[in-house]
Design a protein around this ligand. Structure first.
Ligand code: 13P
Ligand code: SF4
Length: 323
């Protein structure tokens, strides 16, 4: 680390202390941000555990390094705390692709269905849902609802929805949304890579298209993929998810294991298709320092929306504690 970066790390550490703030980072943020969270007794995790950890921590300010929906979930669960997001522009294609009004109409047309939404949605969409799920618990929760005989309205990720459907055989009516990062993993490229590394295990995030999931040895949330790389016996892993995950995965696996990026449709340099979420990449050290010094990074969620959204989020948190 060069001296400038060391100085910036130290300034940010001082600011975190002054503000009684903790840094909660998603695995897709840069190695610098994840390292800072680790060095300041913050937390690096998947979206489910980020929500749980922030709510349980006694810091008066939570700094969320991730995207907008993660900041909103933190605020909904801890309305008494100050919650800041590193980049106010950092959103998610799933959130953008599921506007509140259209979603309301979709629900109104299908009133007989239980509404299950992925965490990657706005607070206003969560407020209309019966359940919120993340990729780490979606299959278990939908399976539970299916066993109770419920039909489900699912939004917004159609690929995750199709995967959940294949695992549970539940009746799911799907919204047509997708993650622009995972959608770029392609079957042909992955097959060619598997041919080059025939003994490698393929790890896939379930926001990927079905054909890619079909080639996986393990499908799971970011935390589940990290555990898979740690615990599976293979020593080479082809990883189909945002490359930010490599920082923590590399830390967790023994030295003889090797990680390879799954191929995407384009070349990294084009940025269209580089297995790098453009919104997660907005979580820079400069933005973090700025956010600590300015009020405009505070997350606000209307009281009424908070009151409604917390019901569906709490259901998920309670369900996942029991299982
Ligand atoms: P996880 O819940 O697996 O961390 O995923 C969040 C996300 O945005 C994946 O693209
Ligand atoms: Fe959204 Fe995809 Fe980025 Fe995750 S990786 S935040 S799902 S756009």
């Amino acid at each position: 680390m060069n001296q400038d970066k060391k100085n910036q790390f130290n300034r940010i550490k001082r600011l975190l202390k002054q503000e009684s703030a903790v840094l909660i980072a998603h695995y897709y943020t840069s190695p610098d941000i994840q390292k800072l969270a680790e060095e300041t007794q913050g937390f690096v995790s998947d979206s489910l555990e980020m929500a749980r950890w922030g709510a349980a921590h006694d810091a008066s300010t939570l700094i969320v390094a991730g995207v907008k929906f993660m900041g909103e979930t933190a605020k909904i669960l801890s309305p008494e705390k100050r919650v800041k997001i590193i980049s106010t522009d950092a959103t998610c294609s799933l959130d953008l692709g599921c506007p509140e009004k259209e979603f309301k109409d979709f629900c109104a047309q299908n009133e007989d269905r239980t509404v299950v939404v992925y965490a990657n949605t706005s607070a206003q969409v969560k407020a209309q849902a019966d359940w919120v799920v993340t990729s780490s618990c979606a299959v278990d929760i939908v399976d539970h609802l299916h066993m109770e005989g419920q039909s489900i309205l699912w939004a917004p990720d159609k690929y995750l929805g199709q995967y959940v459907q294949s695992q549970t055989e539940a009746d799911l009516l799907l919204w047509d949304g997708a993650c622009i990062v995972h959608e770029e993993f392609k079957v042909a490229g992955l097959k060619s890579m598997k041919a080059l590394f025939p003994h490698a295990a393929v790890l896939v995030h379930p926001e990927s298209p079905g054909g890619v999931i079909a080639l996986a040895d393990r499908v799971g949330s970011t935390s589940q993929l990290i555990s898979a790389a740690e615990n599976m016996e293979q020593d080479t892993f082809i990883v189909a998810t945002d490359v930010g995950i490599f920082y923590k995965m590399q830390q967790k696996i023994p030295g003889h294991k090797r990680l390879i990026e799954a191929p995407t449709a384009g070349k990294s340099a084009t940025c269209k298709s580089c297995a790098r979420c453009p919104w997660m990449a907005m979580n820079t050290l400069d933005q973090l320092e700025y956010a600590l010094l300015h009020d405009e990074h505070d997350v606000y969620v209307e009281e009424q929306v908070c009151k409604q959204a917390i019901v569906s989020i709490d259901r998920m948190l309670h369900f996942t504690l029991k299982t």
